[in-house]
Design a protein around this ligand. Structure first.
Ligand SMILES: [Fe+2]
Length: 274
């Protein structure tokens, strides 16, 4: 697969933090002791290091990781699963969206996470590897993530599951509570409610593969996180409590952008690095 670019630039991170924390331009400029013109320029993407450094403090962003992002000096080392895991990246409008497939190697039972804009390559993989798709787990129900749900569900007969906080309107779809467990052969899945970007955003913690895996939807991205104008602080707190407490070698499979790991985000994600 071609290298998937980071989902957000430094100014996206600044805008998300400012919007989420509900700080006006005037207030932010005054606190950071910068001009409104400089603030506007940075928010448009002008890489003014001194201004960005001042802003980072008042937006609670890690100054070093934000500077690294500003100059595009980092890209996550991509974890490798020898078997049982595949990532799909499909174009949706002017962006791309990820979906994932995991399976138990002995029983060939599989679970999909979201469908992406187009599930064709996932269906091909299911067929080629001789898998039986048992579950379709939704991270959340934003259109880009579930665009091909009818096709994936109909052609595999898999059960569709989503959070009780954000049920899917797909006919027959089921809902789970927090800390629900599912099993496929040697794989175990646990649901973590990491809402904020959407009301029922779910992180699926998967064990039994070569690395612990957290399929996080838009809760977190490599060096950024899913935005929310209304529930940013909930998202932030849920991520801290439920994702950043997982083992450090946990692979994060994000809804947009490349794969990453918890340890890498601890160091390079401006929202979580200090
Ligand atoms: Fe989303």
């Amino acid at each position: 697969m071609a290298r998937i670019p980071l989902e957000d630039n430094f100014n996206d991170v600044i805008n998300k933090s400012q919007l989420g924390r509900k700080i006006s331009d005037e207030e932010l400029a005054a606190k950071a002791e910068i001009s409104l013109a400089d603030l506007a320029a940075v928010k448009q993407g002008k890489p003014m290091d001194a201004v960005i450094r001042r802003l980072s403090r008042h937006l609670r962003l890690g100054p070093n990781s934000l500077e690294t992002l500003t100059h595009k000096l980092w890209y996550p080392t991509q974890p490798v699963f020898p078997r049982g895991f595949m990532m799909f990246n499909t174009p949706f409008e002017d962006m791309t969206v990820n979906s994932y497939l995991v399976w138990d190697n002995k029983t060939k039972l599989a679970a999909a996470f979201d469908t992406g804009a187009n599930c064709e390559s996932m269906l091909t993989e299911i067929q080629t590897a001789g898998l039986t798709l048992r579950y379709i787990f939704l991270t959340h129900t934003h259109a880009d993530h579930i665009a091909d749900l009818p096709k994936l569900a109909k052609s595999t007969g898999a059960e569709v599951w989503a959070s009780e906080r954000e049920p899917s309107d797909y006919p027959g779809a089921k809902t789970f509570k927090e800390n629900a467990h599912f099993h496929l052969g040697d794989l175990a899945f646990k649901t973590l409610f990491t809402w904020g970007h959407s009301p029922g955003m779910t992180t699926y913690y998967v064990t039994g593969l070569s690395w612990p895996l957290a399929v996080v939807g838009d809760a977190i991205f490599a060096s950024s996180m899913g935005g929310s104008a209304t529930h940013f602080l909930d998202q932030y707190q849920n991520n801290n409590l439920k994702i950043f407490t997982l083992p450090r070698d946990t692979v994060l499979a994000c809804g947009h952008g490349p794969l990453t790991t918890l340890a890498q985000e601890r160091e390079h994600n401006p929202f979580y690095a200090r």
